[in-house]
Design a protein around this ligand. Structure first.
Ligand code: HMG
Length: 386
């Protein structure tokens, strides 16, 4: 029985900062960001947008198509948790008015958790082939202002349904995975910005890739030539390029662009979306590939700092294009509002009140839902006027 991704939707906030603007403010050559890091823009969530509203906006598109009917579980992957106890997915369950007969849980292992959610969803579907599971990954990448990580911020969410006989991508059973207790990137509960040992994190990312690939290749008997395209976890697009160069030693620039280029388009503009990043790359590939990928095998590498890496693969299904949300994704990215540097810093400093009082947040541009305020330490979500 084939199990995999049936429908997939991507959302990022309606605001961005061009990295040229950041470079100018920080006195850095813009080419360092555009070429050295491989990023052009970073998605910035306004104060009334968070991981819940981004997740709900991504999943709403699936709901509009009737894709969420009969969903028996929602697995919500994030490392930008909003509560120590209540799963962020519960709020999404509420605003999307999902059925009461639906398990909801939040998963965490840095950027890896969406792949853990995919694996768990596949297990649930294998046990009950007529069932369907909704996986959502939603994150906001935030580093200290002026730090080396600042240019690799971003935000976004991906929602996808997992089912038998999927329309988009059937996941292969083989996988290579690797875990190591390292401190390359982390965020203590008392901080709202991640801490990172940047250069070290790139080395651990590569080490986990090499170990995962070795295991995957041994288990599957496949070699790099068996893949039409590759999608990587994308903290910044240059990282994915460097990662693939490590596996495919001596690859030409042209061939590198052919096998990963289409997967990097959305991330170059949205920035790091942590748990969602690999799946933003998958959306970007499926939406932008000129070649018909029907029947083609895609290699996927998921990495979450701390760390867990997994190399796995999937086969694109016949007629997949009809299941995609390509125009919606393109319109979303094309319709965003550019921020000035001052607006970016103001939004960065806009803190969520912690005193339990009553607050109404200003209305910014969002998707269909907004984080409208706080009352008695409770977050309030509402439909947005759009
Ligand atoms: P940095 O010190 O600002 O940058 O940190 P750099 O000095 O190393 O320069 C970066 C590249 O730009 C270099 O290229 C320079 O040569 C080049 P490389 O040598 O690497 O090929 N460069 C230029 N190119 C063209 N024109 C110029 C120019 N100047 C310099 N004028 C770093 C970079 C990535 C470390 C930093 O941004 C950072 O700490 N980012 C956050 C951490 C991160 O993204 N790590 C990635 C791996 S870990 C991961 O993916 C997990 C994660 O997503 C979290 C999770 O799992 O939850 C982060």
């Amino acid at each position: 029985m084939k199990i995999g991704i049936d429908q997939i939707s991507f959302y990022t906030a309606q605001y961005f900062l061009d990295l040229k603007t950041l470079a100018e403010a920080r006195g850095v050559d813009p080419e360092k960001f555009y070429t050295g890091i491989g990023q052009e823009k970073m998605g910035i969530p306004p104060p009334d947008e968070d991981v819940v509203t981004m997740a709900a906006s991504a999943a709403f598109r699936l709901k509009e198509r009737g894709a969420l009917e009969g969903v028996e579980a929602m697995l919500f992957a994030t490392e930008s948790g909003i509560d120590q106890s209540k799963a962020a997915g519960m709020f999404v369950h509420g605003v999307l008015e999902l059925p009461a007969r639906c398990r909801v849980v939040e998963l965490k292992q840095a950027c890896y958790s969406a792949t853990a959610a995919l694996r768990m969803a596949m297990g649930l579907v294998a046990m009950k082939p007529k069932s369907k599971v909704l996986v959502i990954a939603s994150d906001i990448a935030r580093y200290e202002l002026g730090s080396p990580g600042e240019s690799t911020q971003g935000c976004g969410a991906v929602a996808f349904t997992v089912s038998a006989d999927p329309r988009v991508l059937a996941i292969d059973p083989e996988a290579g995975f690797y875990a190591d207790d390292v401190m390359d990137f982390w965020r203590p509960n008392y901080l709202s910005e991640a801490l990172v040992d940047g250069k070290y994190s790139t080395l651990v990312y590569i080490k986990a890739l090499q170990e995962s690939w070795k295991q995957y290749a041994a288990e599957s008997g496949r070699s790099l030539e068996d893949f039409a395209r590759f999608c990587y976890h994308i903290p910044f697009t240059r990282m994915a390029a460097k990662a693939h160069q490590k596996l495919a030693k001596g690859i030409s620039d042209e061939e590198l662009q052919r096998v990963i280029g289409e997967s990097l388009i959305y991330s170059r503009s949205a920035g790091n979306c942590y748990s969602a990043s690999l799946y933003v790359g998958l959306c970007s590939l499926l939406d932008n590939a000129v070649e018909d990928l029907n029947g083609k095998r895609i290699g996927l590498y998921s990495y979450g700092s701390g760390c867990v890496g997994e190399f796995f693969s999937g086969v694109v299904q016949a007629g997949y294009r009809a299941a995609l949300l390509t125009p919606a994704h393109e319109n979303l990215l094309a319709g965003r509002t550019e921020l000035t540097f001052q607006q970016y810093e103001d939004i960065y400093h806009y803190g969520i009140p912690t005193d339990g009082g009553e607050y109404i947040f200003p209305q910014y541009r969002t998707g269909p839902f907004r984080f409208s305020g706080m009352q008695g330490h409770k977050r309030i979500y509402a439909k947005a006027r759009i």
